[in-house]
Write a protein that binds this ligand. Sequence first.
Ligand code: NAP
Length: 295
Amino acid sequence: ISLIITNSAPRIAISGVIGNPVGHSLSPMMHNYYGEALKLDYIYVPCNVDDDKVGEAIRGAYALGFEGINVTVPHKQRVMEHLLEIDDAARCIGAVNTLVRMEGGYKGYNTDADGLYRAIMGHGINPEGKDCLMIGAGGAAKAVAYMLMKHGAASVVILNRTMDKAWTLAEEMNRQFGRETIKAMALEDYGKLEKEHYLAFQTTSVGMYPKVGHAPIEDTAFYKKIQTAVDIVYTPAKTRFMELVEEAGGQAVGGLDMLIYQGIIAFELWNPGVIVTEKMVDTVRQMMTERLNNR
Ligand code: NAP
């Protein structure tokens, strides 16, 4: 993709994604489709940025007139020191995935938590008052835990292979929200879970393409305790974890809609007043599914 920037050309809004690598990112396809469908003069470009060049990249993007920037792995924390302001939710989650241009620099947001909430509500899944379970305590798990706290989960247990990380995440969220909603447990202690009919969130990378066919827990007894589950992994469309939930009689939803809605929230932040319709969401879902199937 080449960009020609001149003084006389009509103004085109430029946004993009920085990460390392970004070649696999589905965001350019998604954003450029919305721009086209809504007839906006808008272009979205993928930019590979080395780990030690994040500050330079942000300053360069500002000078080039980028209206907004998505930030993906591994720069979601590192980028925070190069921003003018950080939204409260992003600060609480400890990661920024969306930058919005303001006078003199960018403000950082995290659209993963709201994206996940919109996605699950679209599937009729409301965490309010529910006993929830999370597997994993990595970067994405922070946004999941934040979403569950924000939307009134009754209780949350975080199971993680590295117990310390589960404990730190639980403690941090409980402190931020001023209530003891989240407990931490080691992954192998899943047999000690006290409740039934959990709303479960699979947030580890286990089972993600190309290492498909694996789940972080294989024991069918565990899956009998799950009523509804969300696997935030979006490729493959049906993970081993989702299969195990369904085999035990539960409902399982994959992570593609979370990815789509976090992008829509960023798009809305950059284009205030613009509405992405459900029909456009359906088209994007289809385009992304085709792309993922044809790798
Ligand atoms: P991360 O920060 O690297 O965290 C990985 C998590 O997976 C950790 O909890 C890690 O446990 C656990 N894990 C890895 N291998 C494991 C194994 N063999 N057994 C048990 N646990 C294991 O990764 P992330 O950024 O949170 O991403 C996690 C997944 O979420 C990825 O597949 C990513 O694509 C997906 N994701 C989806 C969306 C979306 O929009 N749908 C958004 C963000 C992320 P330890 O702490 O013990 O290492």
